[in-house]
Design a protein around this ligand. Structure first.
Ligand code: ACM
Length: 529
């Protein structure tokens, strides 16, 4: 049944028909057998997952990964899967175009229309694994589910003992929201390219599809801007606590963006303005109204800095920065911050945004910003990111009435830098303590009073880094809450159930142990050990 890349469509169609027949036979299980078979422990919960009792498929040394003929994007998903499976299984797992009932097949034909742009169908029968989707993003999502169906040690980087058995199941799955984000603050403390890649790998497993990088703040400027080199030469040389800071060259940043894209994650770069700009103001005296550069800042206060609203050079600066950032950004959105501009008057804030929002459009991008930026009346295409601590937010309802879609990051629920409880060593507590049940138990579609469910574009879990210095710290705050927010972004509300979620979450711990993820063992979760 193996087809070469050049095989005609008809031949491929016949092979596929045979393959789907295999799936149909596998599905014909007696209804009374179902109750003893637990649903697999997948996070985020799939839309539907039907076990095939008594059926399993076991990878073997001659298993191949077949991908949609003629699709380089499907082949890349196959190579990604092989990259996960080869080190631990020790199998060759060649990635070849074609389809076969006896191996793993990743196909862009035959999927149920309900899978949409990012969903998939996954069939595990006694003979093989079939993932079908309409896009490579859908195949990638299906592959994340397949990883979670395999034993946790499949994530190991060294050869492990099998068997590599997958339980028989039929999954139909697709996301609730288009925007399923994680944000990392690389400004308060700098995170290296390798540390960010590590986080990208971790969030990809939970079907997160946006990585918002908070690239600039009072304490540091982290992205090389060739037309304003002192931003990084000076502004990148500090961080909270006085450490050495750091920055990404444009080449390094492109590599990060490509690494994320290979995992079907779009990077959203944030240049925070007009406040949170001490690093820029310290790098260029001419950006200050009085022409005097302030010293670098390594504390954790907010709201004291502002670009000079009345100076023309401010807008030449912003134009140059946005031009260079846009050129590095394949995604549609540039995040322009706008939060906590306490050192900018409201009329000045309006004036600033009235000049800056058109610059975003001029460089071919769409603006997103922290929710305060709705004060300036951005266009309906602009996406406000709500980070408030209350559920009453008339400005978000009004923005939705003007046509905006809102991303929800309520600080009391989605901020991964809030402490779990009073004893948590890392993190802050200005929005309260947030254990994993708090992070999980809210409905994005009915959270802000009066905000229509359709106005919600998605959810995002920000991780601010005032107290976070390395991957171990970051993971301690992100796990297990990041998977909780990821599930809110992906899974239908009909699957929402804390009692069930906590059991599925507990099952992730074996995987985190193998991956070396430094998670917080919240007492709310029934970990197995
Ligand atoms: C924020 O937490 N200042 C967006």
């Amino acid at each position: 049944m193996l087809l070469s890349e050049g095989a005609g469509r008809r031949g491929f169609g016949r092979a596929l028909a045979a393959l789907l027949f295999v799936g149909a036979v596998g599905a014909a299980v007696p209804a009374h057998a179902a109750p003893e078979t637990p649903l697999p422990h997948i996070v985020p919960a799939p839309v539907t997952a039907t076990p095939r009792p008594g059926v399993t498929f076991t990878l073997s040394a001659d298993t191949r990964i077949h991908t949609q003929p003629g699709s380089p994007a499907a082949k890349r998903v196959g190579e990604f899967l092989a990259g996960v499976l080869r080190p631990s299984t020790g199998y060759r797992l060649p990635v070849v175009p074609g389809a076969s009932g006896r191996h793993i097949s990743l196909l862009l034909v035959g999927a149920d229309a309900r899978v949409g742009e990012e969903g998939y169908q996954l069939d595990v029968t006694g003979r093989g694994v079939l993932v079908r989707a309409r896009t490579a993003a859908g195949l990638f999502a299906g592959v994340q589910t397949l990883r979670q169906l395999l034993p946790a040690k499949v994530e190991a980087k060294t050869k492990q003992r099998g068997p590599w058995t997958v339980p028989g199941v039929r999954v139909l799955d697709y996301p609730r929201y288009a925007h399923r984000g994680a944000m990392l603050d690389v400004a308060r403390h700098f995170f290296s390219v390798d540390e960010v890649k590590r986080y990208i790998d971790q969030i990809a497993l939970y079907k997160v599809n946006r990585l918002h990088l908070h690239l600039t703040d009072d304490q540091g400027w982290r992205l090389e801007i060739k037309s304003w080199p002192n931003l990084t030469a000076h502004g990148g040389s500090t961080e909270v606590g006085g450490g050495p800071g750091g920055f990404y060259t444009q080449e390094q940043y492109k590599d990060l963006v490509a690494y994320a894209a290979a995992r079907h994650i779009t990077v959203i770069p944030e240049i925070d303005m007009p406040g949170h700009t001490n690093a820029a103001l310290s790098s260029y005296p001419e950006l200050n109204c009085d022409g005097v550069a302030p010293p670098p800042y390594t504390g954790i206060e907010v709201g004291f800095s502002s670009l000079c609203i009345d100076k023309d050079i401010t807008y030449r600066f912003v134009d140059d920065v946005l031009r260079e950032v846009a050129a590095l950004t394949p995604g549609q959105y540039l995040h322009i911050g706008g939060d906590e501009a306490h050192a900018t008057t409201d009329p000045d804030f309006d004036l600033f945004m009235d000049k800056v929002l058109p610059l975003v459009a001029k460089h071919g991008k769409t603006a997103t910003g922290w929710h305060e930026f709705v004060k300036a009346g951005p266009p309906a295409s602009a996406v406000p990111q709500f980070w408030g601590t209350k559920t009453v937010a008339p400005d978000m309802v009004a923005a939705a009435e003007r046509g905006s879609e809102i991303v929800l990051s309520p600080a009391t629920k989605a901020y991964l830098d809030m402490k779990y409880d009073a004893d948590t060593k890392l993190g802050l507590s200005w929005a309260g303590y947030t254990d994993v049940q708090d992070a999980y138990d809210w409905n994005p579609g009915a959270y802000i009073e009066g905000l229509p469910a359709e106005a919600v574009r998605g959810v995002e879990a920000p991780l601010w880094s005032e107290t976070v210095t390395d991957s171990a710290d970051l993971e301690f705050l992100a796990f297990p809450r990041l998977p909780a927010i990821a599930e809110l972004g992906w899974s239908p509300w009909s699957t929402h159930d804390w009692e069930k979620f906590k059991v599925r979450l507990a099952a992730q711990a074996d995987r985190w142990d193998v991956m070396g993820v430094n998670y917080y063992a919240s007492p709310q979760v029934p970990w197995k050990k």
